[in-house]
Design a protein around this ligand. Structure first.
Ligand code: HAM
Length: 442
């Protein structure tokens, strides 16, 4: 072993994304970007790191734990951003004067969280966010859910649910069941675990005080009974006497009515009374996109955060939005493999142009250029082997479906032989008509 060799390794929860994964990822990102743009969202990017206090501003202790702090040499502390919502709120506070509101932006950038990695949970991951800033109208929340449902459908994912709840309904329930304000955050975090650990365990944690707050058994039972019903009418019964609860129910009904404009969203969006969402900045409707398989948590999540921009600007600016996690979308697609997303559909090159001999390399180069000019993805063989068999093996290994050969006979006639790897068929034709023929059969 060479002296001083450094063991190649990476930090757990971060990943090298090799071409096979990148191809699927790029497809996912391309689809999301197209949907975002179809709904009129504009692109934005912000720095990977921000001043520490910008990031800790409002998201509560939960966010504090998520941060990777960075000490700069002048003694100031920065940190890697843990989401794209806080940076957006800062941007609106800084540049709002020159923006047209409501401002719709999309942002596709990595974020970092100092969490314990597990399946579907990384320390570095890519978020794709859409947010609408500057309107309190529930139509904005409905648009976000329409967009998120359409994106799932266009990605080819099936059996998804966009769970919808409202922070004010939860507040209404707490008021109704006399849950102390200081305990609410702990109770919410515990209730959020119902799907994961089950009702009995959540009840035990709440009653035994393991959650950070202790509830009377009858309060815990009352809350769990309501949340398990998954029925807006039943919840309304409980919270209608509270201002927050009544408003929350009205807004959820408005959203459910509006998303019915689309069959997909109409089917996907469902009221889910036990959906809490971890981040503390939400003030209104909250959403989460889930699939039954694989069980990796939400593929996306979001909600309304009417107070966050104000934290930086001092003015009330309502906002709502949603974030897809690309890693989890890719995991879900790898599991379900919808048509169009198999290895062949995602191959890098469509044609491999072989090199018959060094003398015929210029002909191969010219042929590759002709395919590229016709918008075909063509790779010129650059390996050491002169044997055509080896070059064909290379094409097979890379899932390249068509191979072009220009031997001495073809060169003499200005022709090329195209071989379709799957069918094993081949045909020789003039170079000028080869790109069109390849396109037709691909
Ligand atoms: P979030 O639920 O924390 O919300 O994250 C959104 C999505 O990012 C999740 O649904 C999931 O797909 C992905 N995600 C979260 N944590 C991880 C992780 N450790 N590894 C892999 N993927 C992960 C937010 O971040 C909010 N800022 C969303 C938002 C936008 N709210 C309003 N606008």
């Amino acid at each position: 072993m060479a002296k001083g060799k450094v063991e190649p390794r990476i930090f757990k929860g971060t990943r090298d994304l090799l071409p096979e994964t990148m191809r699927l990822r790029n497809r996912v990102i391309g689809t999301l970007r197209a949907v975002f743009e179809a709904y009129g969202f504009e692109p934005l990017e912000t720095p990977a790191f921000e001043f520490y206090d910008i990031l800790t501003g409002k998201s509560g202790e939960e966010a504090d734990h998520l941060l990777f702090p960075l000490a700069y040499q002048d003694g100031r502390t920065l940190a890697l951003r843990y989401d794209l919502t806080v940076p957006l709120s800062r941007v609106v506070a800084m540049y709002g004067k020159s923006m047209a509101f409501p401002f719709r932006r999309y942002q596709i950038q990595p974020v970092w969280r100092a969490e314990k990695p597990q399946k579907g949970r990384y320390r570095e991951f890519l978020q794709c966010d859409v947010d609408i800033v500057g309107t309190p109208a529930m139509a904005a929340d409905a648009e976000i859910l329409l967009l998120a449902s359409e994106a799932m459908e266009r990605l080819g994912l099936e059996g998804f649910t966009a769970a919808l709840n409202h922070r004010m309904i939860i507040d209404g329930l707490y008021e109704r069941f006399d849950v102390d304000e200081k305990d609410r955050i702990f109770v919410s975090r515990t209730l959020d675990k119902i799907d994961k650990v089950g009702r009995d365990e959540v009840r035990r944690m709440l009653v035994e005080g393991e959650a950070g707050a202790t509830l009377d058994a009858c309060v815990a039972d009352g809350l769990l009974d309501v949340l398990e019903k998954a029925d807006l009418d039943a919840v309304e019964e409980q919270v209608r006497s509270t201002n927050a609860g009544a408003r929350g129910v009205t807004e959820v009904r408005e959203i459910l009515e509006m998303v019915r404009v689309s069959d997909t969203a109409g089917r996907a969006v469902r009221y889910a009374p036990s959906l809490m969402r971890g981040l503390d900045y939400y003030t209104g409707p909250v959403f989460e996109m889930v699939v039954e398989k694989p069980r990796i948590g939400s593929l996306g999540g979001g909600g309304r955060y009417d107070g966050l921009v104000g934290l930086f600007s001092g003015e009330d600016v309502p906002a709502t939005g949603f974030s897809f996690g690309v890693e989890r979308l890719v995991d879900a697609l790898q599991e379900s493999r919808p048509p169009g997303l198999d290895a062949r559909a995602l191959r890098a090159a469509e044609i491999l142009v072989t090199v018959f001999s060094p003398e015929l390399r210029p002909n191969a180069l010219a042929a590759a250029q002709a395919f590229r000019a016709a918008d075909l993805r063509a790779e010129l063989y650059l390996g050491a082997s002169r044997k055509l068999k080896k070059q064909f093996d290379y094409a097979n290994k890379k899932n390249i479906p068509v191979v072009a050969v220009i031997g001495p006979d073809e060169a003499a006639q200005g022709a090329v032989t195209l071989k379709w790897m799957d069918a094993g068929e081949q045909e020789t034709l003039p170079l000028a008509s080869a790109p069109a023929r390849a396109k037709e059969k691909l």
